[in-house]
Write a protein that binds this ligand. Sequence first.
Ligand SMILES: Cc1ncc(C[n+]2csc(CCOP(=O)(O)OP(=O)(O)O)c2C)c(N)n1
Length: 289
Amino acid sequence: MSVSTADYASSVPIAWCPGCGNFAILNAVKKSLSELDLPPDRVVICTGIGQAPKLPHYLRVNTFNGLHGREIASAIGIKLAANDLTVIVHAGEGGAYGEGGNHFLHAIRRNMDLTVVVHDNLNYALTKGQASPTTPAGTVKRLQPEGVASQPLNPLALAISQSCSFVGQGTSARADLLAGLLKAAIRHRGFSLVHILQTCPSWDRIHTPQFYKEHCYELGEDYDPQDRDAALRLVMTPEDRHPLGILYLEERPLYNESALHEIEQPLRGRLVEPETADQVLKQLAAKTK
Ligand SMILES: Cc1ncc(C[n+]2csc(CCOP(=O)(O)OP(=O)(O)O)c2C)c(N)n1
């Protein structure tokens, strides 16, 4: 089979602002899925609410577009029912780390075979640029005219410290590197976080494409992503220098294989006879007496 980016093409008009970093991410998503030879009917993209979550509207692909901050929860449900499909989440950093922060933490612990792509534009773009969990402290916003008082979250350090089995970073300003990173994350068996430093020309005039080109660097071949201390040092460095590539890798058992090892075929393919369900309920009732 040979899948091309045209197989993912949609005719829905794009509603992002001109120059938005999401365009580069959308192109990289199409490129990665076609280069992995994944046909659209084998892929599900789960999103919530926001500018980033509009991404699957512009693709011909299976989609579950649910609540803001609940994109990982819907992906977990879909993966449990259909573990033969490739399930990918796209979220803004607000949805992933703010409203959905609790889901993010516990999904790392479970290590299901999911890819979570976070478009981090350092603000809540859809609702007009309020501060988000990663907005640098002191940034002046319309709702924070004195500057943001809270410290920003460090999602990479958080993920690495919690043994997230794949942690990668890219930027929309280096579109040339994005598809390769997405492909590695999708191929990885386990929970993959791809954090993308995304430019937002409407609400952030500081973090321009030029800014990220100057402040990002590619990890060299001598970098060992299995060295957790080195990875943590890399992402805890206070300097405004952002490493690009695979930052951390850890082999861990999959949730599907440990907790649900008896499931050999996708749940959606299993026929449950009404009398079987009745027996299961009776057994459960007997156990809880
Ligand atoms: C639980 C909940 N909280 C807040 C909102 C309002 N809301 C919708 S989108 C959004 C901002 C989205 O920001 P982000 O997730 O970072 O994505 P972006 O638009 O920046 O891509 C907010 C605050 C909501 N719909 N639901």
